[in-house]
Design a protein around this ligand. Structure first.
Ligand code: 2AL
Length: 245
C-alpha cells in the first residue's frame, strides 16, 4: 500500500521548527507517503501554556480545513499538548493523531513504565493532565523539564539538545523507566540517536504519529463520524472564525 498524503501540523508559527518536524516525519515515512509539513499563518511562535494552546487550537483547525480541501488522507498535531485534538477530529474524515498521545501509546507497547522529558516546568503540569486524560497515569514513572523555552531547541547552540540528553540519561537511571517520551515537537530529530546511545526506547511523538496514521490508513480506518466526533453542527461563524465555517 502506498500513496498516502499526511499533513503534519506544527501548531506554532515557527518555520524552523516546522522544518525540523517535517524532516523527522519524512525520515520514517513509507516510500510512497507524502508528508506535508505546515504551520498556522497566525498565532504564537511557541506553545508553552494553556493560553498558547487555546490560540494554537484555532490555527490547527484552520490547517485541518485546508488539508481536507487539498485531499490529504490523515493529519498529525505536532505539539506535545495536542491542542485542539478532539475538535480537529470533528472536522476530519481521516485519522488525526496528537504527538503526545502517539508517543504515550507507543511507550506502553515497549515498556511497562516510561518517563517524559519536556521543555518547561509548566509544561510538565500540562503533560500530567494529558496522562490522566488518556489513561496513562499509571504507566508514567516521572516527568522532567529541561527548563528551557521551546524555541531554545531552534537557537542553533545545541544547549537544549544537550540538556534533553542529560535529562534522558538521568530519567533512565533515577526513575528506572524502560522508555522515555520526548515532550516537544522540536525534539523530533533526537529520538533515534538517543535510543541508540541510551539503549532503551526514546520515543518522539511526531515519528510515532506518522507510523500510527500510516497504520490506520493501511487498515482503511478514519475518524468515526458516529457520535461526538461527527462533523460539527452547521451554524454561522462570525468574525475571524468565518474561515472555519
Ligand atoms: C510544545 C511543542 O511541542 N511545541 C511547542 O511550541 N510547544 N510543547 C512543549 N511541551 O514544549
Amino acid at each position: 500500500m502506498s500513496g498516502f498524503r499526511i499533513q503534519v501540523i506544527n501548531p506554532n508559527t515557527s518555520v524552523e521548527m516546522t522544518r525540523t518536524i517535517g524532516e523527522a516525519a519524512r525520515a520514517v515515512a513509507m516510500p510512497g507517503t507524502e508528508i506535508l509539513a505546515v504551520c498556522p499563518t497566525q498565532g504564537g511562535e511557541s506553545i508553552e501554556g494553556h493560553f498558547d494552546e487555546a490560540i494554537a487550537a484555532v490555527g490547527v483547525l484552520e490547517q485541518i480545513k485546508r488539508g481536507q480541501a487539498q485531499g490529504v488522507d490523515g493529519h498529525i498535531i505536532a505539539c506535545f499538548g495536542d491542542p485542539g485534538l478532539l475538535a480537529a477530529r470533528e472536522l476530519a474524515k481521516g485519522p488525526v493523531i496528537g504527538i503526545a498521545e502517539a508517543a504515550m501509546h507507543m511507550a506502553t507497547l515497549v515498556a511497562t513504565r516510561f518517563s517524559v522529558v519536556t521543555t518547561l516546568p509548566r509544561t510538565v503540569i500540562i503533560a500530567r493532565h494529558l496522562l490522566r486524560q488518556y489513561g496513562f497515569e499509571h504507566h508514567c514513572a516521572a516527568l522532567h523539564a529541561i527548563d528551557l523555552p521551546v524555541l531554545a531547541l531552534e537557537d542553533g547552540t545545541g544547549l537544549a539538545q544537550q540538556k534533553v540528553r542529560e535529562r534522558c540519561i538521568q530519567a533512565k537511571n533515577e526513575d528506572n523507566s524502560g522508555a522515555i517520551v520526548l515532550g516537544c515537537g522540536g525534539m523530533a530529530n533526537l529520538a533515534r540517536e538517543l535510543t541508540a546511545e541510551l539503549g532503551i526506547p526514546v520515543i518522539d511523538g511526531v515519528t510515532a504519529a506518522v507510523k500510527m496514521v500510516e497504520s490506520l490508513l493501511s487498515l482503511g480506518l478514519g475518524t468515526s463520524k458516529h457520535g461526538d466526533l461527527a462533523y460539527p453542527n452547521k451554524k454561522p461563524l462570525t468574525g475571524c472564525f468565518e474561515m472555519l465555517s
